[in-house]
Design a protein around this ligand. Structure first.
Ligand code: ATP
Ligand code: MG
Length: 256
């Protein structure tokens, strides 16, 4: 990443505890427009919590988060004011989130799933929302199933629909929490293809993944997280071939 690259998402010193259990210690991440960042690490290290903090699905205890032109700053003493909630609302509007379990609305067709948020949240006219939804569904290869209900689709198709749904809000950054973990390899590959295509178009993406092959081949940067710390980050090929930190090395060895 060059210095003059435009930073879309800037998280500084994010900390989060549940009760007295510190889950994130001082995590910082700046992501340039168009970057694809992969976050890896052992189960329970805080990957999902960090991702959820980037969307303010979890409110960090401390730290500063900026996405595009919206900043939310936290410190341990401050409460969560109505103004914070207002800023959080604007910030979330810049973020698309995709979960392991798809989370589509089961009683709505695929097309309706993709149209819903633009219609209700952004008050986009039906015709325009439908045009955009059809374009996005074509892009993820689902034109032929868009009148169907999610549960009649394969997992890979459902996940691609979930990506189209998130993209319909025109996010500045897409966050994915293990988007392929529930899928068989060939269905996972369909989803990864969509993420690569979005990357080619210049979308900014952050993905928590256990798929090391994808992290290595497709990402611009890998973050290794352990115990709520970013232990190491860097170029995927360099890091996988020659991890600097003993913890990273140990983790990567356990995967072989
Ligand atoms: N809402 C919550 N309340 C209490 N503890 C939580 C909560 N969410 C997460 N934790 C704890 O925070 C720690 C980190 O969890 P997190 O889900 O972020 O890990 P992860 O790296 O995503 O793990 P995995 O690879 O298994 O998904 C765990 O010890 C978990 O039990
Ligand atoms: Mg997780």
């Amino acid at each position: 990443m060059t210095n003059d690259a435009e930073i879309v998402l800037d998280a500084q010193s994010i900390a989060k505890s549940f009760d007295r259990h510190v889950v994130l210690h001082d995590m910082s991440l700046s992501v340039a427009r168009g970057e694809l960042v992969a976050i890896i690490g052992p189960s329970g290290c805080g990957k999902s919590t960090f991702l959820r903090c980037l969307n303010l699905l979890e409110v960090p205890d401390a730290g500063t988060l900026r996405i595009e032109d919206v900043t939310v700053a936290r410190d341990h003493r401050g409460g969560w004011s109505r103004e914070d909630e207002r800023q959080a609302h604007f910030l979330r509007a810049h973020v698309g989130m995709v979960f392991q379990s798809f989370n589509l609305f089961p009683h709505r067709t695929v097309l309706e799933n993709v149209m819903l948020a633009p219609r209700t949240v952004k008050r986009i006219a039906a015709q325009e929302a439908e045009r955009t939804a059809r374009e996005l569904l074509a892009k993820v290869g689902l034109s032929h199933v868009m009148e169907r209900y999610p549960l009649t689709l394969s997992g890979g198709q459902q996940q691609r629909a979930a990506i189209a749904r998130a993209m319909a809000m025109r996010p500045a950054v897409m966050l994915y929490d293990e988007p392929t973990s529930a899928l068989d390899p060939e269905l996972a590959e369909e989803v990864l293809q969509v993420m690569r295509a979005l990357d080619d178009e210049g979308m900014t993406q952050i993905v928590v993944t256990h798929d090391m092959r994808f992290a290595r081949a497709a990402s611009d940067r890998v973050l290794y997280v352990e115990g709520g710390h970013i232990i190491e980050e860097g170029d995927p090929d360099l890091m996988f071939a020659n991890p600097h930190d003993a913890k990273t090395r140990r983790f990567l060895r356990t995967l072989l």
